[in-house]
Structure formats: structure tokens, C-alpha cells
Design a protein around this ligand. Structure first.
Ligand code: SAM
Length: 274
């Protein structure tokens, strides 16, 4: 049955038909327009500038192999951007109107099959499967979420618009200067493997301290404690220097191994947790 606009009450004029029928559900999703700065449960809605979405995707080097999660996904733009690069994604958004809007935007962009948006609380979200987190949250949110971030598999990347994760030094940050007037810095993190503790090597024990990706400690070589210097993790890749010898390798569970390069020779090395 066709409905003529003139038959609709005046307050519905200018509203699409599908939208008119949806009014029973309180908000007309098709015409819903979020307002920058509008309230949210734990943080307001401000959209990541489009140029920043692309920059964040570039810095995280998102490919079709990735699973991207945005906590507080707003109108879905980060997940839609990731899906346009072939990556599956999940947006978790508390505001049901934004959830509906995101789903419409994903469908309009032809990526609804890759971009899943769910209504939920970011603090309760299961992020274990993420290979990339794309975030635009304030420091208090990030501080609360930090323990969950550190449970992600080594090598998972996190890109954060404008705000640093409190206490965790970023691997790098980049500023977008063109077509971006506000919220134009990306902070990039890689979840490190966990190496803190004692490792056994053929000639002695390696005792490591770890602060995020920074590694220090000492190597007990025949009763002499040699400092572990310049230690750094990038995901599961580790490197450190002991007595001028640079050790590079990978951490896999209770084993780390690789190649060491001294002044005059290189050799294979292996350390295991006792
Ligand atoms: C700053 S906006 C970022 C939106 C989007 N990620 C972007 O980059 O354009 C933060 C979003 O988090 C949502 N939000 C606030 N508290 C939340 C919570 N506890 N769980 C899920 N979403 C939440 C807000 O509704 C808002 O859409």
C-alpha cells in the first residue's frame, strides 16, 4: 500500500517511510544523526577523522588476515575502514542508536559481511581474538582496559587515536598534518611476549625484568653477573645485548631462541624456563 506524504501527520514530514514505521521503537534509525560531543556511558562520541582512520589502518598494517576490534565503535567507521581493506572486524558500542547507524553504514559500504557491530559494554567485551585494536578512548578508559590489552597474544597491535595508554610507552607515534584539524596523533603499540623471570642457558642463568616491551636483567656467567642491555620485545621478537654480543630471537612459550652476533662470530642460542 502506498502512503502519500500528505497523509502523514505534519511532524513526520521529511521523514522516510521506513523511518516512519520505525518510530514505534522510539528513535528513527534511518535519520539518526549523532552530535559530536554527545554523552556516552563512559566517554562521549567524537568521531575519528576519516584521514586518521586510514592512518591508523596503515600504522597497524591491517590486512585481510586481521581481526580488528574497536571498543566504543561510534558510527562504525574504524571497523568499516578495516573491512574495506578485507579485514574482519567487531565494533562494540553501548549506544543502540549508534549500533543501528553503524550497521546501516556497513551495509551501505557493502561490507556488512565483514563488519560486525554489537551493542555492549566495552569493559565486558571479549577481545581475545583481536589481532588489532583500533581505539579512540580517553586515558581513564585506557587505564581500565590495559590489563585486558596485555592478555592479547604477543604481536597484537593497538592503535590509539590521540590518547596514550597510561604508563605504557608507545613503540611510535605519528601526527597527521593534512586534512586533520583535531585528534590527529596515532599512538602505536605491540603487545609483548612475557619474558620476566629466570631462563636457563647452557653457561648460566638469565634473569630478566620486563616493563612492557623494555627488558633488562643480568646473565650469570660462571658466577659473574653481566648486565642485559638494550633489551626490547616487539611482540614475540626479542633482542638484547650482553657483554657486546647482540642476541636476537623469538619467544615461544617457555623457549626463546635465535642467533647471537659477537665481534668476531655468530652462534645459535637457546634459553628455556627452568
Ligand atoms: C570517542 S567515541 C569513538 C568512536 C569511534 N571509535 C571512532 O573512532 O570514531 C567513543 C564511543 O564510545 C562509546 N562508549 C562510551 N562508553 C562505552 C562503553 N562502556 N561501552 C561501549 N561503548 C561506549 C560512545 O558512545 C562513543 O560512541
Amino acid at each position: 500500500m502506498a502512503i502519500r506524504m500528505s497523509k502523514l501527520p505534519r511532524y513526520l514530514h521529511g521523514v522516510g517511510f521506513a523511518c516512519a514505521f520505525a518510530l514505534a521503537s522510539a528513535v528513527c534509525a534511518q535519520n539518526y544523526q549523532p552530535v559530536i560531543g554527545q554523552g556516552g556511558k563512559d566517554v562521549v562520541w567524537v568521531p575519528t577523522p576519516d584521514v586518521m582512520v586510514e592512518k591508523m589502518l596503515d600504522m597497524a598494517a591491517v590486512t585481510p588476515r586481521d581481526y580488528v576490534i574497536d571498543l566504543g565503535s561510534g558510527d562504525g567507521r574504524n571497523i568499516i575502514g578495516a573491512a574495506k581493506r578485507g579485514a574482519r572486524g567487531l565494533g562494540v558500542e553501548y549506544n543502540p542508536d549508534l549500533v543501528r547507524l553503524s550497521r546501516q553504514r556497513a551495509a551501505a559500504a557493502g561490507v556488512a559481511d565483514l563488519a560486525q557491530i554489537v551493542e555492549g559494554d566495552m569493559y565486558a567485551a571479549d577481545i581475545a581474538a583481536a589481532s588489532v585494536l583500533m581505539l579512540f578512548l580517553v586515558p581513564e578508559n585506557l587505564r581500565r582496559l590495559l590489563p585486558a590489552f596485555l592478555t592479547l597474544p604477543p604481536g597484537a597491535r593497538i592503535v590509539s587515536n590521540t590518547y596514550e595508554i597510561p604508563g605504557w610507552p608507545a613503540v611510535k607515534s605519528e601526527t597527521v598534518r593534512e586534512d586533520c584539524r583535531a585528534f590527529c596523533i596515532v599512538f602505536y603499540y605491540v603487545v609483548p611476549a612475557k619474558v620476566e623471570g629466570v631462563w636457563r642457558m647452557p653457561e648460566g642463568d638469565l634473569a630478566l625484568d620486563q616493563e612492557f616491551q623494555r627488558v633488562s636483567g643480568s646473565y650469570d656467567f660462571d658466577g659473574i653477573a653481566l648486565p642485559v642491555e638494550n633489551g626490547v620485545l616487539e611482540g614475540a621478537a626479542i633482542r638484547f645485548t650482553i657483554n657486546g654480543v647482540e642476541y636476537r630471537g623469538r619467544v615461544e612459550g617457555d623457549v626463546m631462541q635465535g642467533t647471537a652476533q659477537g665481534r668476531s662470530r655468530s652462534f645459535e642460542w637457546r634459553a628455556t624456563r627452568p
